[in-house]
Design a protein around this ligand. Structure first.
Ligand SMILES: *Cc1c(COP(=O)(O)O)cnc(C)c1O
Length: 399
């Protein structure tokens, strides 16, 4: 009889179970919350050994905490990485990861259409410390190759990227990084490990705003980065200095959110596809941007690199900026709000809100028209989301 091969646990199972501490004392099924800033040791010597990492244990929550540690182990398992470090927000993760890599005089390459806060780290913060920053359209690997040079410290990308859902070739970026000796970093917030696992393509560091899909319920701010044990040691060092640690209760909320990540992302994916297909056939819509549609410029790449296409899409209303605001304001199921990845559907007009600080010319350079609307599909019934889009585009008055 053939021996049963040892199969890796399925993704949804890992979401539920990985990293959860076993409670020998009471058998608690939900992981306990260690809401404490400090931990008492048996004596001074024991405390010293814990601080030095010579014996297991915790000493102070800015250094480590069992609830936060459970979250880190869970996310590392989901991304297929050696270890992970949790942060107080996505931006705390981004800034610590970047600062762990660079010093004055270094050269880095960053994608043009990264998240706004990340853009500020690269274009406002790093130049103040003498780091040279090259910006590229990362959907064009030739541009990445031309910008990267021997000694480039960091190649930073985001896929899919906001708000046009451009998809970056991760294996291609990883190969360029290896060639020049740069650390490659990918913000995978929009994809989640359910849809894409950047480490599988050779990327060195994957990071998330866990405020979005990992938390999943618009009720907590958090960030997390996954990498080798050696890189995570450097990140922990950064975290102790910079101080952007995750509160244990927030870590617990993210842990709880991730338990349903598998089935949740499947519904986000299906709802976004239903909305994209409806919008693509609507007479008042000029264009739909969604990696799941064959019309998307990187659709073939997305099919190779992603297991699902995600819950975010954007579209262009055939009309003026004002007419576009009117469509957004008529939506009832989609709430008008920034952020994404929640069970609730959200919508916004980037040119009038998240990207209003850019000049019209800068917006044009990144392809953001005044008529663009971004949708973050929640997990409501798809028919209700489509009905809402139909009535909003139909131009009837808000009840
Ligand atoms: C929201 C977001 C961030 C920043 O995360 P915060 O949790 O808001 O600090 C970074 N990257 C992407 C892609 C995001 O959507």
């Amino acid at each position: 009889m053939a021996k049963r091969s040892k199969r890796q646990l399925g993704f949804a199972t890992q979401c539920v179970r990985a990293g959860d501490p076993v409670d020998d004392q009471w058998g608690s099924v939900a992981p306990p919350i260690y809401q404490t800033s400090t931990f008492a040791s048996a004596d001074t010597r024991a405390q010293w050994e814990i601080i030095e990492g010579k014996r297991p244990g915790h000493c102070y929550t800015r250094y480590s905490n069992p609830t936060t540690r459970g979250l880190e182990v869970k996310v590392a398992a989901l991304e297929g990485g050696e270890d992970a470090v949790a942060f107080a927000s996505g931006m705390a993760a981004v800034s610590a990861c970047v600062l762990a890599c660079v010093k004055a005089g270094d050269h880095v390459v960053v994608q043009r259409d990264v998240y706004g806060g990340t853009f500020e780290v690269f274009h406002r913060l790093l130049p103040r410390f003498g780091v040279k920053v090259a910006t590229v359209n990362a959907t064009d690997l030739a541009q990445v190759r031309a910008a990267a040079r021997r000694g480039t410290k960091l190649l930073y990308v985001e896929t899919p990227a906001n708000p046009l859902l451009s998809v970056v070739d991760l294996a291609g970026v990883a190969a360029i990084g290896r060639k020049v000796g740069a650390t490659t970093m990918c913000d995978s917030t929009f994809a989640t490990p359910a849809n894409c696992r950047p480490l599988e393509f050779g990327i060195d560091v994957v990071l998330h705003s866990a405020t979005k899909y990992l938390g999943g319920h618009a009720d907590v701010m958090a960030g997390v980065a996954v990498a080798t044990t050696a890189f995570c040691d450097r990140l922990e060092d950064m975290l102790r200095i910079l101080g952007g640690v995750l509160d244990p209760f927030a870590a617990w909320l993210v842990t709880r959110g991730i338990k349903s990540l598998g089935p949740r992302v499947a519904v986000h994916n299906a709802n976004a596809m239903a909305c994209a297909e409806f919008l693509a056939g609507h007479s008042r819509v000029r264009a739909v941007h969604y990696p799941g549609l064959p019309s998307h410029p990187q659709h073939e790449l997305a099919k190779r690199q992603m297991r699902g296409f995600g819950g975010v899409l954007s579209f262009e209303v055939d009309g003026t900026a004002r007419a576009t605001s009117a469509v957004v304001d008529r939506l009832r199921m989609f709430r008008v709000a920034p952020s994404l990845g929640a069970v609730e559907s959200l919508a916004l007009q980037p040119a009038a809100t998240t990207h209003s600080k850019l000049s019209p010319r800068e917006r044009k350079a990144v392809g953001i028209r005044d008529s663009l609307v971004r949708l973050a599909c929640g997990i409501e019934s798809a028919e209700d989301l489509v009905d809402d889009l139909r009535q909003a585009l139909g131009g009837r008055r808000r009840r």
